[in-house]
Design a binder for this molecule. Sequence first.
Ligand SMILES: *Cc1c(COP(=O)(O)O)cnc(C)c1O
Length: 372
Amino acid sequence: MLTSQDQARLDALYDSMQEASHTFLGYPVARDFDYEPLYRFLKFPSNNIGDPFQSSTYRLGTREFEREVVDFFANLYRAPKTDYWGYVTNGGTEGNLYGLYLARELYPNGIVYFSEDTHYSVAKNVHFLGLRHIMIRAQENGEIDYEDLKESVRLHRDVPAIIFANIGTTMKEGKDDIRRIQNILDDLVVLNRYIHSDGAFCGPFASFLDPKPAFDFADGADSIAISGHKFIGAPMPCGVVIARKRNVERIGRTIGYIGSLDTTITGSRNAYTPLMLWYAIKVMGEQGLRQRLAHCQELARYAVESLNQHGIAAWRNPNALTVVFPKVADAIKNKWQLATQDVSHLIVMPGVTKENIDALIADLAQPTQETT
Ligand SMILES: *Cc1c(COP(=O)(O)O)cnc(C)c1O
């Protein structure tokens, strides 16, 4: 039993989280999920340790459902039917690390190229893996500068190129075009190449965009990572990584202790998040995901228009859910939890309402508001 003091602290935490969730516009996570039908699974010490496509002595898990999640996204990303593999990760970062890990096993002396607008975790992961990297300039819209990429690869034509492409950068939702990147590598005759797509943010809906960005396996990706707690939504971080099976087979080792292959980054793995992603996919289906996207885009369009009408120079990339505007004052940044670097942004995710946007704009339009 908790002491009444501890109980009171827990209740206060609940209230403050409840309150903070009402003014939450700056991070790309959906809030409209309901996984209550899955709560009963929380009483099991479940674990998907090992490879999702292999059985394990540890049977208290959800591997069968995890495989269906992998199949769903592999199919969405036009992965080669007989040559894909994947698993449910702890989030986009782990999936990105995994893609780079496969690339390094293939090309230990390769150089990783990524734009300056790339997520902050990537420089750290490259460091973990002991890979050399070259940072490439980004365009104003957040997309990689293809000229700079070409010039940089040209100088290292004798070394395998590992491209870390953004399918929606963190601040501006800029998307690197991997067909264009493939063409650059073709022109330079760099045959040893690996392309990873960081779809942490846009991955779950990028296939439904029109025009469809060039980011999937048919476009030339070797691996794709997405976050599950962002556009789809989950009460805890999760994600999916899909890769070419033949690249994964290079790293798998059989482990007697778990009766499975050690093909994933961590040992113990969450068995609950695959169940949530499976549930979300089953309930929404592709059609539901498309509707979610259309609704968010409509609201993002409204946000830009409305901000502009109030004299705020807001913009967004074509089809983007991220609305970018000049840096806001600290009070607003803190209240609305707006991620801010050289610019600020709001991200119209499922669960954001027109009322939220109007309330933010009312705050921004206060004449006393000083931008710092
Ligand atoms: C969120 C994000 C990441 C990191 O993903 P996590 O799920 O937070 O680990 C990486 N890249 C991009 C572009 C992101 O938006």
